[in-house]
Design a protein around this ligand. Structure first.
Ligand code: AMP
Length: 450
């Protein structure tokens, strides 16, 4: 099979790496890809993965390319092309593509849609309401004592959520979104949820329109600094499994969310083929969905795919064909840890073009894989041939082992061998899950046990 993968981040590098191992695959393209993706080879044919210089949002050019090369399957990584209907467009042109169509991608593209859907179908979520009127929104936050999450309706690069702990903060957030239009049309409507306390985990389920197959647990680290301080980012690291739910609790949590979700989709004729990724808060009153994403998490993908034993091409085919009920997802018992190394200044503005050293040495380490995110090949031939930084999140250094402490040590061992000017990373990825440090499910440190 010949595959086209769309996207350029760490998630897409992990997807390409895993798909390239499938015995079904003979040739691969990635649009636009990055320096790490360009170094991957298809296991069966030995051919290099070819990066094609077309942006993930440039639907007309992607369609032209796919019409010309006729890939047997296109796999979409990021949310934006899904939200604007790349799946519908490719299908209309007779091209096989994996991911939710535009209607199904609304679960991520519109928080208002998602919140109302959850309420219509009894999916456990925060107390919430949706607004386009400032005064009504201000009245609602007073009922919550100002303790709330104010969210723009549309996609806002992960920046459209403001956490408020007072009426003043909430009023400011409402004004910023509805009056000053800080997020443009994405913020014409907002969702306000009560502030939930607890441990946050990421769930992922592969769906085919009728069946949803739940992945193991994972946990992301959204804030830029150790101890969950500083600004929100796309994600500074992840690990899987996250030991805050037993297998039976995970199954029960999945059941509480996915059963009503599947029934709701059937009732509303939403044929969701792709990954549903609910962000979930484990509260004292049980799990509650904060939001739905309609694609793989980044960096959750890096830890999931280094644990997945099943053939990913076969899973995507079953997701398109509606035959997931006949397939079991197989996972290794290892623990994976991914530490994101970012550019100085991220998540604010940052410089690009810094040469990255140490990658060749790390490539020799066992059970370790560096997934590239914001990297590029050096532009000028006069430079050394080292890859250079080209984004905020630069690398996702991932390692796996039988235990969490060993996987964590291996990931940080590799991180310490890599350097570029201004590199920064969190030193406490997966620290909450270390034996002795595990908080209870409500987020507070566990009582000492003998
Ligand atoms: P979202 O994009 O909706 O997942 O929000 C981004 C982040 O904001 C989440 O990962 C949570 O850490 C936080 N968050 C969102 N909604 C809430 C809420 N209702 N209560 C507490 N924290 C929240």
């Amino acid at each position: 099979m010949r595959l086209l993968v769309i996207g350029s981040g760490g998630r897409e590098h992990a997807l390409v790496w895993k798909l390239a191992q499938s015995p079904h695959v003979t040739q691969m393209w990635c649009a636009p890809g990055n320096a790490g993706i360009a170094d991957e080879r298809v296991a069966k044919s030995g051919q290099a993965v070819e990066c094609v210089n077309i942006a993930a949002e440039d639907l007309p050019k992607l369609l032209d390319f796919a019409r010309e090369t006729r890939p047997d399957l296109t796999v979409v990584g990021p949310d934006n092309p899904l939200a604007v209907g790349i799946v519908d467009l490719f299908e209309k042109n007779g091209l096989r593509i994996w991911g939710p169509n535009k209607k199904a991608a609304q679960f991520e593209a519109s928080k208002v849609f998602s919140q109302r859907f959850m309420e219509r179908h009894g999916i456990p979520t925060a107390r919430a309401a949706t607004f386009s009127d400032v005064e009504a929104a201000k009245k609602f936050v007073r009922g919550l004592d100002g303790r709330c999450a104010v969210k723009t309706d549309g996609l806002a690069l992960g920046k459209g959520v403001l956490i408020c702990r007072s009426v003043e903060e909430a009023d400011k957030a409402i004004a910023e979104m509805l009056l000053h239009k800080a997020f443009g049309s994405a913020g014409a409507s907002i969702v306000i949820q009560e502030l939930l306390e607890g441990m946050e985990i990421s769930l992922h389920a592969l769906c085919d329109g009728k069946t949803a197959k739940l992945f193991p647990t994972a946990q992301d680290h959204k804030r830029v600094l150790d101890g969950d301080q500083g600004l929100n980012t796309g994600g500074m690291g992840a690990y899987s499994p996250a030991p805050f739910l037993t297998d039976s609790e995970l199954k029960e949590t999945g059941r509480q969310i996915l059963e009503p979700w599947l029934k709701g989709c059937a009732a509303e004729e939403i044929h969701f083929k792709g990954i549903l990724y609910p962000g979930v808060m484990l509260t004292k009153q049980g799990p509650k969905v904060l939001e739905f994403n309609a694609r793989f998490g980044d960096p959750e993908t890096q830890v999931y795919l280094t644990r997945l034993e099943s053939d990913l091409v076969e899973l995507f085919q079953a997701s398109i064909d509606g035959t997931l009920d006949r397939i079991d997802l197989r996972w290794s018992s290892t623990v994976s840890v991914c530490v994101v190394v970012a550019s100085a200044g991220y998540p604010g503005s940052y410089a690009k073009g810094k040469p990255i050293i140490g990658l060749a040495e790390v490539a020799k380490l066992p059970n370790t894989k560096v997934f590239h995110a914001g990297t590029a090949r050096p532009a000028a031939p006069s430079h050394s041939q080292l890859p250079v930084t080209s984004g905020g999140r630069v690398l996702g250094v991932t390692a796996w082992a039988e235990t969490l402490p060993s996987a964590r040590d291996a990931a940080y061992y590799a991180v310490n061998k890599i350097a570029f000017d201004g590199a920064h990373y969190r030193r406490d990825i997966a620290a909450k899950a270390l034996p002795g440090a595990r908080p209870d499910k409500s987020g507070s440190p566990a009582a000492q046990t003998k």
